[in-house]
Design a protein around this ligand. Structure first.
Ligand code: HEM
Ligand code: HEM
Length: 162
């Protein structure tokens, strides 16, 4: 299968939807930690709207990430516009790591909340700084392409090519 020249409309919508949902989770995640502390003290958690929003948004990220991987496998994704083997490896492994956290963060959250696996809750918490570092690197790479390399890479995540 030869690589397409751009992303499809569905791939682009899913990319920005997941980015928004992850940002929401990072900003409002504290409510879930409060509920989790209650569970760990054998108390009934206060099931506020923020708690439900965390669970639903997190499951949505998992479903959308699986959908994106399925689209990547069937339709494909454009090749990275990298000059060197090092840049190519950074793009490939950076994107793989982002997919890994998109899957493992909700899975560990679900294992903790519904499965009572305390260790999974700890791993879930560690993912917070990991996601911040990965997304910061990803955004810096996008800005590097936009303003230094000036290759219009951001347009690939804006304009669909179905
Ligand atoms: C939580 C936030 C984000 C996540 C998890 C994420 C994840 C990803 C992943 C996994 C890819 C590769 C898609 C594929 O080829 O299958 C990608 C591509 C891309 N992302 Fe993000 N992204 C996020 C936020 C952003 C932001 C804020 C920007 C803009 C500054 C951005 C700009 C791009 C661009 C331009 C591409 C296309 C790269 C290419 O064509 O090679 N992303 N993103
Ligand atoms: C991509 C999806 C998700 C992201 C980015 C995310 C992010 C976060 C963040 C930032 C916190 C707060 C950590 C802190 O206060 O330091 C948190 C806590 C928590 N989340 Fe999620 N979450 C996601 C999905 C889920 C799902 C689907 C569940 C399942 C119900 C869940 C269950 C929990 C639990 C139980 C805690 C408390 C863990 C603890 O404090 O040790 N999360 N999450």
């Amino acid at each position: 299968m030869s690589a397409p020249q751009g992303y499809s409309a569905t791939q682009i919508v899913l990319h920005w939807l997941v980015a928004g949902l992850i940002l929401f989770q990072l900003v409002f995640g504290e409510a879930m930690s409060t509920a989790w502390r209650a569970v760990r003290r054998d108390m009934a958690p206060d099931m506020t709207l923020a708690v439900w929003a965390h669970i639903i948004a997190g499951i949505a990220v998992l479903v959308f990430a699986l959908w994106r991987l399925q689209l990547r496998a069937t339709r494909g994704a454009p090749d990275a516009p990298a000059d060197t083997a090092l840049m190519m490896a950074a793009a490939t492994w950076g994107h793989r790591a982002l997919y890994a956290v998109m899957l493992l963060t909700p899975i560990t959250g679900l294992l903790a909340w519904y499965g009572g696996v305390v260790e999974a809750g700890e791993v879930h918490e560690w993912f917070k700084p990991v996601i911040i570092v990965l997304v910061a690197g990803h955004v810096l790479a996008a800005l590097y392409h936009q303003f230094i390399r000036k290759d219009g890479l951001l347009v690939r995540m804006k304009r669909p090519l179905d």
